[in-house]
Design a protein around this ligand. Structure first.
Ligand SMILES: [Zn+2]
Length: 375
């Protein structure tokens, strides 16, 4: 990953490179941005730039020995850490057994989220974390001399999954850094980190991509048809990881069909149908439930936009539009805000590990009532 391959964020890239050129490299930096914004891609391009033997003001050269090692992520002074789980067969609790899977995942594409990582290591429903033993191992690795005489770079993905005791061990490394060490933390929710860590790192805020940036990026990077890229970018609010997830899952068809069936059953107050749909909702796991709720929120918002006559702003596929034409009249000023709020609350509950079926059934009962409320 070089800077030229990054979607958007030109200013951040330029600032990072200027820092290296001027000899200003903070030893602990935190890239904070939402999933799919490209934080990991930025950190990786920056690490490559730090190690490149002949960088230009625009980018790493792409041809030196270091750059070649980066092409296969085999640079000996580039270290990775990330959330993982302890394998039952293993007596150690470090990222070691997962390093190859991690390299493959990053090489395939650094625009991925926790969901892709979970499935890459077959951990679909496990809670991942970064262990104390891993932090000790990082202390040891970064305490060694660098192999090639330059920087030792650590990229640590999702530091918010560190437990408090782990975070404290990392804090020591941040406060008393070993020589020539640069630690790059890549976070989706820096607010969940210990304040003592947040206050000791240089924060690089990475904003979500605009719908347009994400759409253009998806078209150029993955060759996705322009209209489709635009629609996916819009539904996912510029989240490349979520948009590609949707693309790989055969588009939003699964979500769409579930949403249509669900709204019909809610309106008709068909309790047995709603109960059956609760299974479909909960079965694919937490990330899929969150995705569905975001999709539902998107559909409801599109109905509102359409109701206000702003048809040009409506981003729907043809089958979605067909459904929305019939469904939109049931979303009106008397219930629109409450329905959106309920969907957001449900998303929050699912993210907080509340039982999916219960959330869905409760949500369905409330939405049923609201849908039957007169305009
Ligand atoms: Zn180079």
């Amino acid at each position: 990953m070089r800077f030229e391959a990054i979607i958007g964020h030109e200013k951040i890239g330029a600032k990072l490179r200027a820092g290296v050129q001027n000899g200003r490299v903070a030893h602990a930096q935190l890239f904070n941005g939402p999933e799919g914004s490209g934080t990991l891609a930025l950190a990786l391009a920056y690490a490559r730039y730090l190690h490149c033997q002949e960088p230009t003001p625009q980018d790493a050269c792409g041809t030196c020995i270091s750059c070649k090692q980066y092409d296969s992520l085999q640079h000996p002074d580039l270290h990775w850490s990330f959330p993982f789980f302890k394998k039952e067969s293993s007596d150690q609790s470090t990222t070691q057994p997962f390093q190859n899977a991690w390299r493959e995942r990053v090489l395939a594409d650094p625009y991925f989220g926790l969901e892709e990582w979970l499935s890459a290591i077959g951990a679909d429903k496990k809670q991942l974390f970064i262990s104390v033993q891993e932090a000790l191992e990082l202390n040891r690795k970064l305490g060694l001399k660098s192999f090639q005489g330059g920087w030792k770079v650590l990229i640590l993905w999702l530091p918010e999954t560190m437990r408090v005791d782990t975070a404290n061990k990392m804090l020591k490394l941040i406060e008393e850094p070993t020589q020539n060490t640069v630690m790059l933390f890549v976070s989706e929710q820096a607010s969940q980190l210990l304040a003592t860590i947040r206050s000791r790192v240089q924060m690089i805020q990475v904003a979500r991509l605009s719908d347009e940036q994400a759409a253009v990026g998806m078209h150029q990077r993955y060759g996705i048809d322009e209209d489709q890229a635009e629609q996916r970018a819009h539904v996912t609010e510029g989240n490349i990881a979520a948009a590609m997830r949707m693309q790989h899952a055969g588009g939003a068809e699964v979500e769409r069909d579930l949403f249509i069936a669900w709204m019909r059953s809610c309106y008709a107050q068909e309790t047995p149908a709603v109960v059956a749909l609760a299974d479909d909702f909960a079965k694919p796991g937490r990330e899929a439930m969150k995705r569905f709720l975001l999709y539902a929120l998107h559909m409801v918002r599109q109905c509102i936009v359409g109701n206000y006559g702003a048809q040009s702003l409506v981003r729907l596929t043809v089958p979605e539009r067909k459904f929305a034409e019939k469904f939109a009249p049931f979303i009106h000023h008397g219930n629109a805000i409450e329905i959106q709020q309920l969907l957001e609350n449900a998303h929050h509950d699912i993210a907080g590990n509340v039982n999916g079926k219960l959330v869905f059934l409760d949500l369905s009962a409330r939405v049923s009532l609201l849908l039957r409320k007169p305009a």
